[in-house]
Design a binder for this molecule. Structure first.
Ligand code: KIV
Ligand code: ZN
Length: 479
């Protein structure tokens, strides 16, 4: 971290207590959604965004109704400072937080960046685990406690809403973690965030850690317990939910699970798990407008250039797509057989029944009907057989392929007249004339006619032979 130009901070001597009101208490059953897409999410390799892109994401997060936007790490670079400030200046609704190490220059930069927010927060962190104490910070336990307390007190002079994170909490000795948490709450922290910084925790264990804090830290009721889980073992969401079950009431998460290394807990998964399993979570809720989830996910993906895997829960392309015949049949009979959420809940128009080699006749027939082809049972059986052959050859079967199968079938089914010969004479001085020879039931029929143009002459010749008034061909039986 080597800032090119000095960032604008608040003066270090601004010792008067922070002017704004203390953060309003949340109902005990509301889970606060703290979005860190613009801070930890942006730490995903390759995910950096410029100021305008960050503003776009922040506006989308406000529409999604997140409770807190962690807008960045103001000391990290002048660009980050500007982006956090722009968001704090403009975006209304959520709390706007800036991250700071437990250092004066960081805290002043964060305070300067969020000072115009209607609801500012400074998020201070300091590592507490033995590994970090020994190798990274080279500090003893008592020095860590002193530094953390001093940082919280300093931040509190600029802002009422202070979050403290003991970095690498999940690998910190639980008794020492309790000591740090108690001391930082006493110093003024209104949220204590317990990070599983390296994604090391197991759900049951992480849940127990939250239970220990809740039962052993005497002043714990004066702060909201938050969690911040990384996904190194693919357990970020599971660990966060285990923490919620044990009393955490803020979850730090990111859109599409972006974040350092394997990412953070995915916001969409946390929110939809709490919403879908209110039975399990005993009525807990979030304030998220879930219909904004997919649009927000797509915006973040577009701006960061990081694609969402197809089978990603909630927001992946396949999240509401069904291919197997058994599943499609179930879906067509009753959606809840194979869907626990509706696509509309997360802002998608509808589920899709993807036709492939696992699909069944029911879904195939329904799709043909939707395309305008009404087939009887025998025709459907034949079309379905051709479709299965095609599926073995092609990875994706499109609607156009289905239409071709149906068209083919109709053509093959009724070859009443067959064309033997067609000759048209036309020119700027000649009268358009057509000669046609057709075959029916082994007999040949030939005739000629004139018309206003070559096609009209052709139609007239066919009319004369068949007695059927013809016109340009349309797909048969299409409705
Ligand atoms: O993972 C982590 O520990 C963090 C802290 C700064 C909260 O991102
Ligand atoms: Zn993190």
């Amino acid at each position: 971290m080597s800032p090119q130009k000095k960032v604008e901070t608040v003066p270090a001597t601004a010792a008067a207590p922070a002017p704004e009101a203390a953060p309003a208490p949340q109902p005990a059953d509301r889970v606060v959604i703290f979005d860190t897409t613009l801070r930890d999410g942006e730490q995903s390799p390759g995910a950096s965004m410029n100021r305008d892109e960050k503003l776009q994401v922040a506006r989308a997060l406000a529409r999604l109704n997140v409770d807190v936007i962690e807008a960045g790490f103001p000391i990290a670079s002048p660009g980050d400072f500007d982006a956090v400030k722009a968001i704090a200046d403009e975006v209304e609704g959520p709390i706007v937080a800036g991250l700071a190490r437990s250092l004066e220059k960081d805290i002043l930069a964060a305070a300067g960046a969020v000072k115009n927010a209607k609801r500012p927060r400074i998020h201070v962190f300091l590592a507490t685990s033995a590994i970090h104490r020994e190798f990274k910070l080279r500090k003893a336990k008592d020095e860590i406690v002193r530094q953390a307390v001093a940082a919280v007190k300093m931040a509190k002079q600029h802002c009422q809403d202070i979050e403290f994170s003991p970095e690498d909490a999940s690998r910190t000795e639980p008794e020492f973690l309790c000591e740090v948490v108690e001391a930082t709450i006493a110093a003024g922290a209104t949220t204590v965030n317990i990070p599983d910084t390296v994604g090391f925790a197991m759900p049951e264990q992480f849940g127990s850690l939250i239970h220990i804090l809740k039962t052993k830290v005497p002043n714990i009721a004066q702060a909201v317990i938050s969690v911040h889980c990384h996904n190194d073992l693919g357990l970020a969401v599971a660990n966060s939910l285990a923490a919620v079950k044990n009393g955490a009431r803020q979850v730090e998460c990111t859109i599409n699970g972006l974040g350092e290394r394997a990412g953070n807990a995915a916001l969409e998964e946390i929110v939809m798990a709490i919403r879908t399993r209110t039975d399990y979570f005993a009525g807990l809720f979030t304030g998220i407008d879930t219909r904004r989830i997919v649009p927000t996910s797509r915006l973040v993906s577009k701006l960061t250039g990081i694609h969402v895997q197809r089978n990603k829960a909630i927001v992946g392309e396949n999240a509401f797509a069904h291919e197997s015949g058994v599943h499609q049949d179930g879906m067509l009979k009753e959606r809840t057989t194979y869907e626990i959420m509706t696509p509309a809940d997360v802002g998608l128009e509808q589920s899709s029944l993807v036709l492939g080699k696992h699909s069944g006749r029911h879904a195939f027939g329904e799709r043909l009907k939707a395309l305008g082809y009404t087939l009887n049972d025998a025709e459907l059986a034949e079309a379905f057989e051709r479709f299965k052959v095609l599926c073995d050859k092609k990875k994706t079967v499109y609607d156009a392929d289905l239409a071709a199968i149906a068209e083919d079938l109709f053509e093959a089914a009724a070859p009443v007249w067959q064309l033997e010969l067609l000759q048209v004479a036309s020119g700027n001085r000649a009268v358009p004339t057509a000669t046609v020879c057709l075959r029916k039931d082994q007999k040949r029929y030939q005739d000629a006619a004139i018309g206003d143009g070559p096609i009209a002459a052709l139609s007239a010749a066919i009319n004369r032979i068949t007695g059927v008034k013809t016109s340009l061909r349309r797909p048969p039986k299409r409705t």
